[in-house]
Design a protein around this ligand. Structure first.
Ligand code: GAP
Length: 435
């Protein structure tokens, strides 16, 4: 993980937030390549749900929601973790359930200084703030701890315009906030993060079948974007792990440097959410089939992923070190569709008209894909930089280009170089990206 953190800083993917003030714990800022990578992760998620199928519609609800939402959802009452504090030297706070996993037997001890621990207290993870100028109880609102509730409260609005009937889904990606007791492992667990959530509404008797379907579908999404299969697993929750609303949950887990951990949860939420919002709002939340007159509250299958967590998994999985001709090479083998930059156009030397010709090729290429033009430093140094930001292809302009119009196309992973006419590079790379 330290190598990933160092690479992210060195190459402008991710920085510690407010670093000049000493940093804000477990909060991160995305730099240029990090923004592009995370955006590509989200784009692939949207594409798989919206472009490649026609039973899901998009939504972008506000982060601030009516406080009754969180009463109905159960978050005000139950969205808490058991907090213990060290009574010894370090006074640090821990999640009792996490400590129990690491210390399965006997009395829990502080992992930092081996001190005794306080009795567990439930700690609500929602961030509170106030709406308007008076910070009294009546003005209290919350930063949403999940995007899902924005979807449930809009169920009727969407049903009204989307001409959909169950089974159909509503997808939303956006920021969520949780005052985590023990954030950590870089961007794996932070207090501000992005979720990509789908709520898939189905007739009650189809819930199990759709739950099985989405487990497989979402597992396949990570594989298809290049994550090695042996690093992924689908783990069913035991009965005592299930949330209050769930009759079945499975996690897609990835083997991060700290071990297998959750990437995404797929839950069968039953009719819990819509029923609760119907109860708390007094508004009907059922679906009426105009053809048959049948009326029911749909059940919900929810694949809920983290955009930052997925970005971390793609980076960790892609990171590689190898020796090439006696020198160490760090290479980030991101799937081309996720790579922030698809191709770098590089003149071999900064003279003899090569930079000008390379610039022309770059101007053509960037009309069809994100590309970079780089003249800074030796060709080896420029390749190393592109390898570290995961650029799958390098287009090199050399003396032969000036004679016969061909360039070399370098493959990031195999290091193979092939010559081809400069005009063929764009269509060739576009075809490879689409494959
Ligand atoms: N609506 C259901 C829900 O929010 P969750 O398992 O609490 O379920 C879903 O969260 C996903 O959101 C997780 O699998 C993870 O990818 C991401 N996530 C949750 N808490 C996070 C945190 N503190 N930091 C980064 N990602 C987080």
């Amino acid at each position: 993980m330290e190598k990933i953190v160092a690479l992210c800083k060195r190459r402008g993917f991710i920085f510690q937030s407010s670093e000049i003030y000493g940093g804000l714990a477990s909060t991160y800022d995305y730099g240029h390549y990090g923004v592009l990578l995370k955006q590509n992760v989200k784009n692939e998620w949207w594409k798989s749900l919206i472009q490649e199928r026609d039973d899901i519609v998009a939504l972008d609800a506000a982060i601030l929601m009516h406080p009754r939402t969180w009463e109905a959802s159960g978050h005000l009452e139950g969205f808490s973790d058991p907090l213990v504090q060290c009574l010894g030297k370090c006074k640090r706070r821990w999640r009792a359930d996490h400590l129990r996993e690491a210390q399965p037997e006997g009395e829990l001890k502080c992992p930092e200084c081996d001190g005794d621990l306080s009795e567990p207290k439930q700690f609500n993870l929602m961030f509170e703030t106030h709406m308007g100028p008076v910070a009294d109880e009546g003005a209290k609102i919350y930063l949403r701890p999940e995007t899902a509730q924005g979807i449930f409260v809009n169920f009727k609005n969407v049903l009204g315009f989307a001409r959909k009937k169950p089974p159909f889904g509503i997808a939303q990606a956006g920021k969520s906030f949780r005052n985590e007791i023990t954030p950590g492992n870089f961007i794996f667990r932070t207090r501000e993060f992005e979720q990509m959530e789908l709520e898939f509404f189905v007739p009650p008797d189809e819930a199990e079948q759709w739950y099985r379907y989405w487990r497989e579908e979402r597992f396949g999404w990570y594989k298809q974007l290049g994550i090695r299969e042996e690093k992924l697993r689908l783990r069913d929750h035991d009965a005592d792990e299930l949330s209050h609303y769930s009759s079945g949950t499975a996690d897609v887990e990835y083997e991060f440097p700290m071990g297998f951990s959750e990437l995404e949860g797929i839950a069968n939420r039953g009719d819990f959410d819509l029923t609760r919002h119907q109860e708390f709002s007094g508004q009907k939340m059922d679906y009426v089939d105009t053809a048959t007159g049948e009326r029911y509250i749909p059940h919900v299958i929810e694949p809920s992923a983290g955009a930052d967590r997925a970005t971390l998994a793609f980076l960790v999985d892609a990171y590689d070190e190898e020796e090439v001709e006696g020198r160490e090479r760090v290479v980030v083998r991101l799937h081309p569709r996720l790579a922030p930059v698809k191709a770098a156009v590089l003149p071999l030397v900064n003279k003899d008209g090569q930079p000008e010709r390379a610039r022309e090729i770059y101007e053509e290429l960037r009309k069809v894909m994100p590309a970079e033009f780089d003249t800074g430093g030796s060709i080896g140094k420029r390749y190393r930089r592109q390898d570290e930001i995961g650029t799958p292809w390098g287009v090199t302009v050399d003396h032969q280009t000036m004679e016969d119009g061909t360039v070399t196309l370098r493959d990031r992973d195999t290091l193979e170089q092939v010559r081809m006419p400069a005009g063929e590079v764009g269509p060739e790379l576009a075809a490879r990206l689409a494959a």
